[in-house]
Structures are given as structure tokens and as C-alpha cells.
Design a protein around this ligand. Sequence first.
Ligand SMILES: NC(=O)c1ccc[n+]([C@@H]2O[C@H](COP(=O)([O-])OP(=O)(O)OC[C@H]3O[C@@H](n4cnc5c(N)ncnc54)[C@H](O)[C@@H]3O)[C@@H](O)[C@H]2O)c1
Length: 333
Amino acid sequence: MSKRWNVYVTRMLPQPAIDLLKEYCDVEINPDDQVLSHEELLTKVKGRDAVLCLLTDTIDDEVFAAAGSQCKLFANYAVGFNNVDVEAATKRGVMISNTPDVLTDATADLAWTLLFSVARRVVESDKYLRDGKFQGWGPMLLLGRDITGKTLGVIGTGRIGGNFAKKAKGFEMKILYNDVTPNPQFEAETGGVYVDKETLLKTADFISVHVPLLPSTRHLISTNEFKLMKPTAILINTSRGPVVDEKALVYALQTNEIWGAGLDVFENEPAVEPRLLECENAVLLPHVASATIDTRTNMGLIAVRNILAAMQGAVPPTLVNIEVLRAKESNKA
Ligand SMILES: NC(=O)c1ccc[n+]([C@@H]2O[C@H](COP(=O)([O-])OP(=O)(O)OC[C@H]3O[C@@H](n4cnc5c(N)ncnc54)[C@H](O)[C@@H]3O)[C@@H](O)[C@H]2O)c1
């Protein structure tokens, strides 16, 4: 039997995940339902064997140094890991894991929720009614845009982009996609057609972004991209905020360069560009794409299983930096 690990959890998670972790490890959890300051994080990670962290924690080399050389794994409670300096972790021999797959459906579903909400002006209509403005059915009241039979543009066709596109079948949509290379599996599953980014932006009625945040995807959608879009286009972003240039988006929304936008993520969360809040043609959600009870529980269970695997000397099932193990192997040889 392996020795019980000492694990720090940076914020309370669904109970089944905590229960599983406590069965095998000594666990301390941040008791406050808020993000730790960097200083608090540096203190709390000290001496741990593993840390279960969140996308709101900045995990940089200073954190790895503070944790100490005995620390073997940071299990990130998200599929995206742009909050973690993976290169620094690998240099120090620290494993990083994430939580792919279990949040794919929930995130794709929320992208559809946003698409419908913007196209059919759901939030505006609800507010209109609650404000007591509803005087009866009107031929010109709150007209939106059709969805069935329209063209969907998907940028990034990995797990979530692929799942999102498959769900378009019932709406008989034509699918265009862009990725770093053509994706035959995506084409087979969705009937999607590979086009360059410019063609996609010019042609699609709905553009949904599903890329990771990388240096190459920061402001992937900015002033020039909005200029290419149709005035009737709707942009959906459930990936990461900095993928869309928020100031350029505000300009496009205010000048009706595009019809609307649905956003789950923002450039400087939790801050939101103030002028965006004034845009009635935008639906804005507080980063809740994976926020279902089942999904958040499963994300917790995956994060914990990564910790337990590492504790037993096995390869964590969703290890991000496999190079760390190769480096250890070559050091042994
Ligand atoms: N809003 C949320 O709560 C939430 C939830 C889950 C995931 N996400 C975000 O969604 C992202 C995607 O998740 P996934 O599981 O589908 O990842 P994935 O790795 O399976 O897919 C990403 C796809 O983007 C493509 N890509 C990379 N750079 C590109 C570029 N420059 N242009 C076009 N395509 C590019 C990749 O080739 C890949 O096909 C995550 O990295 C995460 O940041 C957000």
C-alpha cells in the first residue's frame, strides 16, 4: 500500500470527489468559497504531495517552487490548462493533469443555449415581459433570426467543437469548419466542409469558437475578423475570453457590424468590458459552460483519480505533460 498523500484543494468541490480523495489521502480544503490570493496559494501548497487546483488559480514556477520538490502533481479542475505554466512544471518534474471529455456535452450544450438565446432574443424578451411591457402579440415584436437550414461555422474541431457540430444535425444546418489542419473524423461525423478562416467568417450565419487559449489563438477574433462577418452573423464564445478581442467585439455590436454575440467567457474575468454590459444584442454568462451537477461532480472525480493514480505510481489517466515521465525514464537509464 502506498503512503497516504498530503493533498491541498484550492476550493470546495462537489462532495463525491472530496469523499473519494479523503478515503485515500490527507486533505485540506480552502474553507472559503473564493479564489485564493497568489500569496495564500504559495503558503498553502507548501509541503504537499499533490494539489487540486482550478482554472482561476495561476499556477506558475513560483508556485511549483513554493510547493517543494516532493510535490508530484497539480490536478487542474478544467480541460483548459492555460492557467498553468506546463513548461515550468515539466522542467521541475511536476505532472499536470486536466479533466477532458466529461465536460464536452455540457459545454457544447451551453454553446447551443447561447446560440438560441441570441438568435431568438430570449433574454431580451424575458426582460421585456417582466418589465410589464407585454401588451399582446405583435407582428413586429422582438423579431430574431432563423436557425434551421442556416450555415454554422465551427472554429476548433476537437472534443467540444465536434460535439457541438454533431448536435446541428436536427436543424439541417450546413457546416463549415476551420482548424489547424483538416479533420477527417469531424467531416465524417458532421458532414462539415474545411474552409480557410476568412471564408468561414464571410459565409457563416453562426460562428462558434472552440479553441484552447494559446499564443496563436489570443485575439483570434478581432477587428479584421468582425469586418469579414455578415451583418446578420452571431458569434458564440465558450472557449476562453482572450480568444475574442472584447473591445473590437463591443465596436462590432454597437455599430451593427454583426447581429449579436453569446459569451460565456471574458478577457479579464471576472471583470467584463463595461460597454459590453450595455449591448442588448449580447447574451453574457458568468463562465458556467460546465456548470451542471453531474459534470462538475465528474470533473472532480477525474481530478481525484489522477491524484490517486500518481500516488500508486501509475500514469495519471489524463496527464497533460507526458514528457515529464519520459524525462524520468531517461534519467533512470
Ligand atoms: N466555458 C467553459 O467553461 C469551458 C468548458 C470546457 C472547455 N472550455 C475551453 O474549450 C477549449 C476546447 O476544449 P476541447 O476539449 O474541445 O479541446 P480540444 O483540444 O479537444 O480541441 C481544441 C481544437 O482547437 C483546435 N485549434 C487549436 N488552435 C487553433 C487555431 N489557431 N485555429 C483553429 N483551431 C485551432 C485544435 O486543433 C483542436 O482541434 C478548452 O481548451 C477550454 O479552454 C471552456
